[in-house]
Structures are given as structure tokens and as C-alpha cells.
Design a binder for this molecule. Structure first.
Ligand SMILES: Cc1cc2nc3c(=O)[nH]c(=O)nc-3n(C[C@H](O)[C@H](O)[C@H](O)COP(=O)(O)O)c2cc1C
Length: 176
């Protein structure tokens, strides 16, 4: 599957089989995540791979739209550190872009998963205080790190057709 096909055919998958996801696949997904662009190349992301059944089952108690995690064998929580010190002299200017950087990493995981035949769905965390604090205490996330997204992952238990949302009326040329 080439990149364009992966982009055009990716859908949110919310039903999974019992088959686990191997470490090699998780590494490929995280390699895709960390290939994302980021403001000032600050790469403010970190990832928590969650396989613990008790923890996966606990997330829907505070993220009310994540029931599929009870079926998913795995999730990746994408976290951002606004005050990332990778490049200290540009950090203040760039730190406000951490959400966009981590969203790009999240989308890369979704696309890489789809290309590998893995089903995935993006579940929101930040800016919901309830979800952020729930994840912080469940996963021991440090205070200066903010969970942006949870990605439920598994071998697909459902198939969906491409969404085809192309809408010519959303496009403007040279001026609005
Ligand atoms: C920031 C963000 C938060 C989302 N949160 C949830 C969520 O909590 N639960 C869920 O089932 N889907 C969630 N989604 C997935 C969207 O519902 C889904 O992408 C949208 O309906 C379009 O469908 P598609 O992904 O199949 O194209 C989220 C997507 C984004 C980008």
C-alpha cells in the first residue's frame, strides 16, 4: 500500500480480534510516529505502550468514548512535553506547537498501522482535564508531560469503506 492509498482508505477501527500485537509491529508504529515533523524539530513527544489488561480496562472509566479499549490488546498513549529541552535556545518560541507536533506523530501511527493491516482509533485526551489526570495517575506520567491522545490498536474485527470526504467547496484559490 502506498502513502496515498493509506491516507485515503484509513478509517477508525473500534472492533478488534483477540490476536496480540507483537513488539516488532509496535516498534514500526513508533518509528513512524517519531518521523513526524515538529516545530523547530523539537520532537516533544513520548509514548506509553499499554498492554496491561487492568490498565486498558480502567481508561473508559474516565475517557467515556473509549469502550473499545476493553477489547483492544494494546494502546499507545501519545504524550507531549511543552518545555522540551532538546534545543534549548528555541524552546520558548517552539513550545506552543507541542500539540501540533504530537498530533502529527499520532496521525503517523494511524497511517502506519493501517498500512500494516492493524486497526486503530484516535481517542482524545488533552484538553480534557479529567482524561489527562486519569492517564497521569494510571500511567505515572510526570507533571511536565501532557497526554494528548490514546490510540487503541488491534487486529481489525471490522472493515470500513473509504470515507471519501473530498469537498470542492472547502477550497479557495489565492483568496477566500
Ligand atoms: C482529536 C480526536 C479525538 C477523537 N476522540 C475519539 C474518541 O474519544 N472516541 C472515538 O471513538 N473516536 C474518537 N476520534 C475518532 C473520530 O471519531 C473519527 O476520526 C471521525 O469520526 C472520522 O472517522 P474516521 O477516522 O473513520 O475517518 C477522535 C479523533 C480525533 C482527531
Amino acid at each position: 500500500m502506498d502513502a496515498r492509498e493509506a491516507i485515503l482508505t484509513r478509517r477508525s477501527i473500534r472492533s478488534f480480534t483477540d490476536e496480540p500485537i507483537d513488539n516488532e509491529t509496535i516498534t514500526k508504529l513508533l518509528e513512524a510516529a517519531m518521523s513526524a515533523p515538529s516545530a523547530c524539530n523539537q520532537q516533544p513527544w513520548s509514548f506509553v505502550v499499554v498492554r496491561d489488561r487492568t490498565k486498558l480496562d480502567a481508561i473508559p472509566k474516565f475517557q467515556l468514548f473509549s469502550r473499545m479499549l476493553k477489547q483492544a490488546p494494546c494502546a499507545i498513549v501519545v504524550c507531549g512535553k511543552p518545555k522540551s529541552r532538546l534545543i534549548s535556545h528555541v524552546t520558548d518560541k517552539c513550545s506552543r506547537y507541542w500539540e501540533q507536533d504530537c498530533a502529527a506523530a499520532t496521525q503517523n501511527i494511524l497511517l502506519a498501522a493501517h498500512a500494516l493491516g492493524i486497526g486503530a482509533v484516535w481517542l482524545g485526551a488533552h484538553p480534557s482535564e479529567k482524561v489527562v489526570e486519569g492517564l497521569r495517575s494510571l500511567l505515572n506520567v510526570p507533571e511536565d508531560v501532557i497526554p494528548l491522545a490514546i490510540i487503541a490498536l488491534g487486529h481489525p474485527g471490522e472493515q470500513k469503506p473509504p470515507a471519501n470526504r473530498f469537498d470542492q467547496s472547502r477550497i479557495h484559490y489565492d483568496q477566500w
